[in-house]
Design a protein around this ligand. Structure first.
Ligand SMILES: Cc1ncc(COP(=O)(O)O)c(C=O)c1O
Length: 392
C-alpha cells in the first residue's frame, strides 16, 4: 500500500519556482508542467514539512550551527543508506554542491591549472572551473549502441598524467548519463588519479536516487577524496540551500575549510538544517516510495519510445530521476530541435547541448512528476511526430 501521494500536482505558479517562472504565457495557459530543471514536482516528505512548520513557528531564525543532532542525522543516514562510516570532524556544511565544487577548484588548483571533467555533464562542472580561471581538461564519456555510457580510462590516464592537472570533478551518479558507477570503475579512477597527485572531488548529490545500485561512496574507495552530498535532490529541498562536504584527509580538509572561511561562507541555513535533520532521520520510507514511482515513470517513458519512436534511444537509467534520450535520428539542428520540442510539442526539457557538445541532439527528461503529466507530454510528442510522418 502506497503511503505517500506522488500523483497530485501542486501548482507552483506563485512560489517563484525557477522552472515554472520560465514558462511563456501560452505554456501557462496550456497548463504545461516543465520537465527541465532538476527539482521534483512532488511535495517533500511529510516529516520535512512538519519540521519546517515547527521551525517557522519558533519565530527566531537566527545564526545556526551544525549541532550534534544534525551531525548524528548525517552520520546515521550515510551509514544506513551507503555503508559509509564518517566521524564528526569530517563533516563541513556548505551552502550547496555547486559552491562546494567552486571551493574545491580554488582550494586544490591554481589559476591556469587543469581540471578534468567528463562530458556530457551538469554545466557548472565547466563553469566553476572556467569562471575561476582554470583550464578544462575534457575526457568525454563513451556511449554504446544501447545508450549506456562508460568512462574512457585511457583518455583519463592521458589527462591525469599532465603535470599541471590537479583535480578531477566526478559526477557520481552521473547527470545526465544516468550511470551509477560500479566500485570497480571508481577504483580504476582512483588508481589513475592518486599516483598522478590528482585530487578527486566526487559530486554525489544524486547518490540517494539510485534505481539499480548499489552506489559506492568515493570515500569508501579513496580516503583522499572530497565527497559532496546533500539532502536537496533526494527530498526536494534545494531551495533550502544546504549541502555537506565529507573530507577525511586532514590536509585536504584544512585547504577546503580555509577557502570556505576566506570566501566569507560557512553559516548554516536555519530551515535547511531543520529539514535535513527530519529528512535524514525519518525520510527513508518516503524516498523508497519516490524511487519506485520514478522507476515506473522511467518504464512508461522507455516503453513509449520503444513502441512509438524506436529509432530514438533512451539511455538505461541506473540513478538520478533524469532520463537521457537521443533525438539525433530526427536529423534536426540543435536550434530546430529545441524549437520543435518546445513550441510544436509543448515539452519543456533540458536540451542536451547545455551539457557540452557531446550532448547535442540529446534531450534530458525530468521524471520526478505526476505520471499523468508525463503521459500527456509523451502523447503530445507522439502525436506531433505522427503528424509530420503523415505529411511526408
Ligand atoms: C550533479 C549535480 N550537482 C549539483 C547540483 C546542484 O547542487 P546545488 O543546488 O546544491 O548547488 C545539481 C543539480 O541539478 C546536479 O545535478
Amino acid at each position: 500500500m502506497a503511503r505517500f501521494d506522488f500523483d497530485t500536482l501542486t501548482d507552483r505558479t506563485d512560489s517563484a519556482a525557477a522552472k515554472w517562472a520560465d514558462r511563456t504565457e501560452n505554456e501557462k495557459r496550456a497548463g504545461i508542467v516543465p520537465m527541465s530543471v532538476a527539482d521534483m514536482e512532488f511535495s517533500c516528505p511529510p516529516c520535512v514539512i512538519r519540521a519546517c512548520e515547527q521551525a517557522a513557528r519558533h519565530g527566531i531564525y537566527g545564526y545556526t550551527c551544525a549541532d550534534e543532532r544534525f551531525i548524528q542525522a548525517v552520520k546515521g543516514w550515510m551509514l544506513r543508506r551507503h555503508g559509509l562510516e564518517i566521524s564528526p570532524e569530517e563533516i563541513t556544511v556548505i551552502g550547496g554542491v555547486v559552491p562546494g565544487i567552486a571551493l574545491a577548484v580554488r582550494a586544490f588548483t591554481k589559476p591556469g591549472e587543469g581540471v578534468i571533467v567528463q562530458p556530457p555533464v551538469y554545466p557548472p562542472f565547466f563553469s566553476m572551473a572556467e569562471a575561476n580561471g582554470r583550464r578544462l581538461e575534457k575526457n568525454p564519456l563513451l556511449r554504446d549502441a544501447s545508450g549506456r555510457y562508460r568512462m574512457d580510462f585511457d583518455g583519463l590516464e592521458r589527462l591525469a598524467s599532465k603535470p599541471d592537472v590537479k583535480l578531477m570533478v566526478l559526477c557520481s551518479p552521473h547527470n545526465p548519463a544516468g550511470r551509477v558507477w560500479t566500485r570497480e570503475e571508481l577504483e580504476r579512477v582512483r588508481d589513475i588519479c592518486a599516483p598522478n597527485g590528482v585530487i578527486l572531488v566526487s559530486d554525489e548529490i544524486h547518490s540517494d536516487l539510485v534505481l539499480h545500485g548499489p552506489h559506492t561512496p568515493m570515500l569508501n574507495v579513496d580516503e583522499n577524496a572530497v565527497m559532496l552530498i546533500a539532502p536537496s535532490k533526494t527530498f526536494n529541498i534545494p531551495g533550502l540551500q544546504l549541502a555537506v562536504a565529507l573530507i577525511r584527509s586532514p590536509e585536504n580538509r584544512r585547504r577546503f575549510v580555509t577557502e570556505l572561511s576566506s570566501s566569507g561562507h560557512g553559516s548554516v541555513n536555519y530551515f535547511g538544517r531543520a529539514a535535513a535533520v527530519a529528512a535524514y532521520e525519518e525520510g527513508g520510507e518516503w524516498l523508497d516510495e519516490a524511487l519506485e514511482y520514478i522507476g515506473e515513470n522511467y518504464r512508461v517513458l522507455a516503453s513509449f519510445f520503444a513502441r512509438e519512436l524506436p529509432d530514438l534511444t533512451v539511455s538505461p537509467l541506473e540513478g538520478t530521476y533524469l532520463a537521457w534520450v537521443d533525438f539525433r535520428p530526427l536529423g534536426m539542428q540543435k536550434e530546430e530541435l529545441d524549437r520543435f520540442l518546445r513550441e510544436d510539442c509543448g515539452l519543456i526539457l533540458a536540451p542536451g547541448h547545455i551539457f557540452g557538445k557531446e550532448g547535442e541532439g540529446f534531450e534530458r527528461f525530468n521524471l520526478a512528476l505526476p505520471r499523468a503529466h508525463l503521459i500527456s507530454a509523451l502523447d503530445r510528442l507522439g502525436g506531433k511526430i505522427k503528424e509530420i510522418q503523415h505529411a511526408q
